[in-house]
Design a binder for this molecule. Structure first.
Ligand code: ZN
Length: 113
């Protein structure tokens, strides 16, 4: 496969992933099972075409059970200062924990508690 072809395919794959995450977000409250399928599909596309999950969606779902997270309902989001400042996500569906390094320069730092 030529380089530009690969790039083009990856760009399309990325767009499809973003669309699937948007659909998952729209359905998370009303149709959680459907939302889970969208997350699953988006991740499958990412693996198949070697496209990383877009940053804005990276911590919006559970890697273990594919639940699209709704803060306060299906996920607990906590700021932890130790050992290094990070945000901890606890999936309320399967209990999985994820950590995201906490960056001071992020503009919405005060909204996550
Ligand atoms: Zn989970």
């Amino acid at each position: 496969m030529r380089k530009w072809e690969k790039k083009k395919i990856q760009k399309i794959a990325r767009e499809r992933m973003i669309r699937l995450f948007q659909l998952a977000e729209e359905n998370a409250k009303t149709h959680p099972e459907r939302a889970r399928r969208y997350v699953e599909l988006a991740r499958k596309i990412g693996r198949r075409y070697n496209v990383p999950i877009p940053d804005e969606w990276k911590y919006r779902f559970c890697k273990r059970c594919n639940t699209f997270w709704i803060p306060g309902e299906t996920v607990i989001v906590r700021l932890k200062p130790e050992p290094q400042p990070h945000v901890e996500y606890i999936c309320l569906v399967c209990g999985a924990r994820r950590r995201k390094p906490y960056l001071r320069e992020k503009k919405n730092q005060t909204t996550a508690q």
